[in-house]
Design a protein around this ligand. Structure first.
Ligand code: HEC
Length: 109
């Protein structure tokens, strides 16, 4: 006899697992970056004034701690990690937007 197993196992996965960024945040971050001045100093895969986003993504895992650290760096500017050239501060960005930008950067392969 045919027995249908009506299992509905899939729970909706709303939140990205720890150490991962949600697709929505990554897409929003990419959009924010395209509207800011980031791309005058950063390219995806070549170092210009700032490091290539691909190199930044290779250096940092997208953990909440790294995202918070790098978002602070974007807001406040600074130097010494990739060289002596400083990144300008971006005081007009919100922390939330800076975090989305960083989540996008850390997703670049
Ligand atoms: C005036 C040029 C310039 C602009 C504009 C700029 N950056 Fe940078 N960025 C740099 C430089 C230079 C560094 C390397 C700083 C260092 O060595 O500590 C850097 C580093 C970074 C890092 C890595 C920081 C670290 O500590 O490893 C991230 C992430 C980053 N930038 C994101 C952004 C985002 C997002 C924007 C736009 C909101 C932006 N940058 C705009 C020049 C710039």
């Amino acid at each position: 006899m045919y027995t249908a197993s009506a299992q509905t196992k899939k729970a909706p996965a709303k939140k990205a697992p720890a150490g991962k960024s949600s697709a929505a945040d990554i897409a929003a971050g990419q959009d924010l970056i395209s509207k800011s001045d980031c791309l005058t100093c950063h390219k995806l895969d070549v170092k210009i004034i700032g490091p290539a986003y691909k190199d930044v993504a290779a250096k940092y895992k997208p953990t909440d701690a790294n995202v918070a650290l790098l978002a602070k760096k974007v807001l406040e500017g600074g130097s010494g990690v990739w060289g002596a050239v400083p990144m300008s501060a971006h005081p007009n960005l919100s922390t939330a937007d800076a975090k989305k930008m960083v989540r996008y950067i850390l997703s670049v392969k």
